[in-house]
Design a protein around this ligand. Sequence first.
Ligand SMILES: Cc1cc2nc3c(=O)[nH]c(=O)nc-3n(C[C@H](O)[C@H](O)[C@H](O)COP(=O)(O)OP(=O)(O)OC[C@H]3O[C@@H](n4cnc5c(N)ncnc54)[C@H](O)[C@@H]3O)c2cc1C
Length: 403
Amino acid sequence: MLQRIVIIGAGFAGMYAALSAARLRHANGVSPKDLEIALVAPEPTLVVRPRLYEPDPETLTAPLGDVLKAVDVLYVQGRVEAIDTNAGSVEAVDPQGQAFALAYDRLVLATGSRLFRPPVPGLAEHGFSVDQLGDAIALDLHLKDLAARPETTARNTVVVAGGGFTGIEVATEMPARLRAVLGEGTQVRVVIVDRGEAIAPDMGPGPRPIIESAMRDLGVETRLGAGVEALDGTRVTLTSGEFIESETVIWAAGMRASPLTEQVAAERDRFGRLIVDPQLRVPGAPSVFAAGDTAQAATDDLGHSSLMSCQHANRLGAVAGYNAAADLLGIPTEPYRQKNYVTCLDLGGAGAVFTRGWDRAVEMTGDKAKATKVEINTKWIYPPAADREAAFAAAEWARLVDY
Ligand SMILES: Cc1cc2nc3c(=O)[nH]c(=O)nc-3n(C[C@H](O)[C@H](O)[C@H](O)COP(=O)(O)OP(=O)(O)OC[C@H]3O[C@@H](n4cnc5c(N)ncnc54)[C@H](O)[C@@H]3O)c2cc1C
């Protein structure tokens, strides 16, 4: 009898879940006619989200159709709207608006995350972001359009709300992006606003002086201990009472797991991620695995957990796909483990900073770290070639090899 694994999402976690499940199926000599692996997503495309702060974001995608075909994974075009864990089925809508249902024996939920936009007056109408492909394209078009506007302080100023990883990467990229649009000699201004008392709170004290020095070199200002209270397209009001003239506000503060996580009756963390067991199964829903930004999993026995990052999404996806297939093939599942953790933060024209370990010991800075960042962002995180052996090798690498 045909059994089916349904994977929802074509991001980093969904891609590796599909490749890893297909590898195990193949390794056990099981035909796709007996165990179908179906990946459901709106497009058969990987959006390279970590690069969305760069110019020309419409180029920052990679096709997945051929690699999925190479490993006999069925791509199903659609957006999933409901999950019925009792019936073991998902309901989706195709691009023509037609609803359809897909039954599953095992489900891997890998629908990622979204930027959380609080109800700040003016944010919905005037705010930009680099969260999803469409957001990054809208920002890019807006920046290009600034050149046609009269030169004012507001035109030449970008405010970035949020001084975490994404806020810093987008802010340090902005001086060069603005000058490329407005002219090299233009006096541009970039300001990061953050409610916290220190920039890059998650990075800790090790890399902070490097980040602060990079921001000084690039002329990126900060307003700490203050939030954005309102914006109207020409002016930003801060909670401190300060006004900043700006036609461009980029929101980069706070992520939430995909709303589909709410459809599985299980405990979720403060970001909305499903808290999964070591096999990445959702407690209380034994046929459901969660991976990537939809899951919170322990990475080791020392109290560390997965973060919303590609690094974790790749491994989580590969392990979830493996376990979903193992379960149906009657072979032992494997616990998720990810001992090593590195970060590589882009600092625009000032290079990058590369850290290793959960205490973020600085290992590389400047041009050397930047070369690593470019390599990660242009090679490592892209899909493997559309070739069965290459795809299976990449899946095993993602599942087992530590950085
Ligand atoms: C600007 C930016 C910079 C970043 N920088 C870094 C970095 O330097 N390093 C790092 O490790 N991480 C970085 N990240 C985080 C990283 O991109 C995410 O952690 C990663 O994309 C998560 O992978 P995922 O597969 O869980 O989700 P995603 O990549 O978000 O993929 C989700 C998939 O699910 C699909 N989907 C969503 N809803 C549905 C639905 N209802 N039905 C069907 N399909 C659906 C989407 O279309 C997509 O295919 C960055 C993110 C951003 C936005």
